[in-house]
Design a protein around this ligand. Structure first.
Ligand SMILES: [Zn+2]
Length: 87
């Protein structure tokens, strides 16, 4: 499957643990399309939007421009994918 196909599936069906298998956690933000306009506001290009302080995505969540539930989903998927990379 191409990244575009995966992204489309995620939009249509939502995330499941099956869908996110094989996605690099560093690319996870690409699948949360509503984050994209706010990523420009991140201090670092490699921002993961989880622990960074000066993060455009987190600011948008605080301003309720991004749904908090979606952001929390992102963080939990991020941690899951990152954890899986260790082994
Ligand atoms: Zn960020």
């Amino acid at each position: 499957m191409s990244l575009q196909t995966i992204a489309l599936l995620l939009i249509l069906r939502g995330f499941s643990s099956f869908d996110v298998e094989g996605i690099n956690y560093k690319e996870l933000d690409k699948f949360f399309i509503e984050f994209i306009p706010y990523i420009q506001g991140c201090e670092y290009r490699s921002c993961t939007h989880v622990k960074e302080l000066n993060c455009g995505v987190k600011k948008a969540v605080n301003k309720r421009k991004i749904d908090k539930g979606r952001y929390e989903r992102y963080v939990s998927l991020f941690e899951k994918l990152k954890g899986e990379k260790k082994w």
